[in-house]
Design a protein around this ligand. Sequence first.
Ligand code: NDP
Length: 368
Amino acid sequence: MKRISRRSFLFNASAGAAAMSLPAIISPLKKSQRYDGKKLNVALVGLGVYAGILADGLQSSEYCRLAGIVTGHPNKAASWKAQYKIPDKNIYNYENFDQIAKNSDIDLVYVVLPNSMHKEYTIRAAKAGKHVICEKPMAISVKECEEMIAACKNAGVQLAIGYRLHYEPYNLEIKRLGQKKVFGQVRLIESSLGYPTGDPSQWRLHKALSGGGPLMNVGIYCLQSARYVLGEEPVSVTAQFGPNTNPELFKEVEASITWQLQFPSGAVCNSSSTYNCLIDRFFASADNGQFEMSPAISYGPFAGKTSNGPLHFPDINQQAAQLDGIGKLILAKQPLPDHITGAEGLKDMRIMEAIYKSAQTGTKVSLV
Ligand code: NDP
């Protein structure tokens, strides 16, 4: 019952999460095997729909706990304080946020704001001496990503991007199948994600806050899957905007966009991301077989198969898995792997800028 009501809630409450259902919460470890040492204290910034899902993940996380919140709404501060037992000294608003520097109860700031606010709050968190996880897309331009990376480097803090699928078993398996060439060289990938949207007031439709349309919001996952299945970086891109199906709604951002990435091995990835219809799938064709998933990118449960038969993996809590993967390394004072850091967010941003440039100019854009 809970699953159905939360799913309905997501469809009603958030355009961004609208295509996604909630994960079943399955802990892979028995209680006696669970880590019970010091946890990383996390403050969530921006208490919207995805922050609520992260708060659920934090309740199941072994290595992280929800210790603080930053919100522009006192009524949300009061309800989160009561629900998660957050002390007053760990509750901030956007004006007094910098005082978090003096709060030794917060180790990491998780930025879950509209995309154009990611840069400012990542840099303010870094200057306060806190590690940062910033939601995808990392920012709204390459220049902003570079400034965020420099600020975190200068402050000596780690910067992760909220790439939850790097901890998800089905996506880890397609990465292994592609990179280990289990079915030979992958030649062709199709990876698309989209959902219908309708609320004209949402920030995702306003370019100043979103930076762009479905490409920035969900197409980024398609770029990611092509890059991690091939283990290569694209050398060029061609792209086309879809028709504007609702000029009243899509005044500032694209309604849909289709693109083709060319890779050094000769592999090609075709992708679409859209606010017009529901699509969530990944397909790869290699020399000796194929592998595919649908759903592939949302919160699961996922389904997939290869030329050898169906794939079966546990339906995990992706947010808890991501927080544990990051929290464990930060607690051990170890560097985060490149593929979940700001360096990865910057690579995706560079490709997205090239996709927009190609769609606007009608030309192939080189990435080398
Ligand atoms: P929401 O609109 O649900 O929440 C955003 C929150 O940001 C608001 O509730 C508000 O919090 C705060 N905010 C501050 N200023 C503004 C403003 N001008 N307009 C709107 N909100 C503002 O967005 P989501 O939670 O869906 O998305 C937030 C981020 O998380 C995005 O970058 C998105 O791409 C990412 N995301 C990632 C997902 C994933 O699977 N990794 C899934 C969904 C989203 P308050 O009222 O507390 O101030």
